[in-house]
Design a protein around this ligand. Structure first.
Ligand SMILES: [Zn+2]
Length: 493
């Protein structure tokens, strides 16, 4: 007998029209003269809408993918047009350049590539007057808790200020199902642990009492430390106590900070309350830290990629299959080389546009990271959202054998060695690396293994390995993983 799958609903829309909604996948179709006969049945079967023995949800998603992607693309073009029309009308920076920012000129998604790129220097030169939309009262917004002044924590010459729209920092729909959290109506409680750079109103230096670090009941900014590797026991005890008091569902962290905190808590017998999941943000998540945090806290770690510069919008989220998906509901991500867009699978600079931002929209903004879009089909809930392979910052790339080597490539190679918790790799000559490694507490560490592994994987002549007790932070108090000290990073694009 031919029948629709249980989750497929047929809604009459007047006349001969009906709407078909697949509640499992979100697919919505309008059909003329709905029936289950002959050709219609074949078309419905091709879309996985009919009951079939052994048909998995993953297979249904796979069959529906082309139709959903088409719908997503037309929606996407509409979002672009709306953003550009808004920017050209309401934001001085774009209005002054309205010949270049013409919504009517966007006829297909490919036309987006003709819009100018924005760099950090553009933001620095035009903030706030040129970039904040007219009619936005920043002072009032901050007071009302809708907006926040945020600063990216670069070194002095690259420090940026932006106005964040706190409405955009929300979790993706269905995040509970995505990360296997219990379904509740309550807003998740998120504790933030990151480098102690003061960002606008949020100071993490421990100068403010608990209540002042609590934002709208649901987000707690934990105290941090100006010198991570000498964090006193009292700070760890304070963080553990506050985590318990707050009852965090999620920990949003700089992974280096949480990794060290959790390691020291284990060493000093400080019980660190467990969240349900850890979201890693703020800097590149190494395989060592991912593994160690998972083991130390006993909870899953997911990458949650964003950039403070984007005013709150998150760029990509990791699913339970370990793939990073572009948040197509918030942003558009382009991968660009010197000569324009890169094909899927090719490495390039990431240009991000937060399509929903109406406070301080940045169009085709070069965030300073490199990566690739990969054509993988993932059968998770986010299967329609493109998969992104993040490679780290463009200025952290090494130059070896005539090519550029990203942080991710170094991390992937190093992860085959056992016994490391933290590291930093500097390129000190054309074919020479210096590695500083902080060994892990439990596994044995052999510097010769690092040397052999990197020489082989990166085809490099000399690898010097120093076993160290600590690493030095950048002025931003983040911990850089790789740096080329003998050549300038490439101009991309
Ligand atoms: Zn996925």
């Amino acid at each position: 007998m031919i029948a629709l799958r249980k989750s497929v609903e047929v809604i009459p829309r007047g006349g001969a029209q009906s709407e078909l909604v697949d509640h499992d996948t979100g697919l919505t179709l309008t059909v003329e003269g709905f029936s289950l006969d002959g050709d219609s049945a074949a078309a419905l079967r091709a879309l996985g809408l009919l009951e079939e023995e052994g048909l998995s949800l993953a297979e249904v998603r796979e069959r529906q993918r082309p139709v959903r992607l088409e719908a997503l693309a037309s929606q996407r073009l509409e979002q672009w047009r709306e953003l550009i029309a808004f920017a050209a009308a309401k934001v001085p920076f774009y209005r002054e350049r309205s010949a270049q920012y013409d919504a009517d000129a966007l006829e297909t998604l490919d036309d987006v590539a003709a819009l100018p790129l924005m760099r950090k220097a553009d933001v620095r030169a035009n903030f706030p007057g040129g970039l904040v939309a007219e009619g936005i009262d920043v002072g009032k917004g901050i007071e009302g808790g809708n907006l926040e002044l945020a600063g990216s924590s670069g070194t002095t010459e690259e420090r940026l200020q932006v106005v964040s729209d706190l409405e955009l920092t929300s979790m993706p729909d269905d995040f509970e199902a995505l990360w296997h959290l219990p379904e509740t109506d309550a807003t998740p409680r998120t504790a933030v642990l990151t480098s102690p750079t003061c960002m606008g109103t949020q100071c993490h230096l421990g100068l403010a009492p608990y209540e002042n670090r609590l934002r709208q009941q649901y987000t707690l900014f934990l105290n941090s430390t100006p010198d991570l590797f000498t964090t006193p026991k009292s700070t760890l005890e304070n963080v553990a106590e506050e985590l318990g008091r707050f009852g965090a569902d999620m920990l949003l962290v700089n992974p280096v900070y949480l990794h060290w905190f959790a390691r020291r808590c284990r060493e000093l017998n400080v019980a660190l309350p467990r969240p349900r999941i850890v979201l890693s943000c703020y800097q590149y998540l190494t395989r060592f830290s991912r593994r160690a945090i998972t083991e130390l806290l006993g909870v899953p770690v997911y990458d949650y990629y964003g950039s403070t510069d984007l005013g709150g919008a998150r760029t990509a989220v990791e699913c339970d299959r370990g793939r990073l998906h572009v948040r197509e509901d918030h942003v558009s991500v382009e991968v660009l080389g010197k000569d324009g867009p890169k094909a899927p699978g090719e490495l390039g600079a990431l240009a991000v546009t937060a399509l929903a931002n109406r406070v301080m929209p940045l169009v085709r903004y070069l965030v300073g990271d490199v990566g690739k879009l990969v054509e993988k089909s993932c059968d998770c809930l986010l299967s329609d959202w493109a998969c992104l392979e993040l490679h780290g910052r463009s200025k952290d790339m090494l130059q070896l054998n005539g090519g550029w080597v990203t942080t991710r490539m170094v991390d992937d190679a190093l992860s085959k060695v056992s016994g490391i918790d933290f590291y930093r790799v500097d390129q000190t000559g054309a074919s020479e690396l210096r590695v500083q490694a902080v060994p892990s507490l439990e596994r044995s560490f052999d510097p010769r293994e690092v040397e052999g592994t990197l020489r082989e994987a990166l085809k490099v002549g000399t690898v010097r390995v120093d076993t160290v007790k600590r690493l030095e932070p950048e002025p931003s108090l983040k911990y850089r993983l790789t740096e080329c000290k003998v050549a300038q990073p490439p101009e991309l694009p």
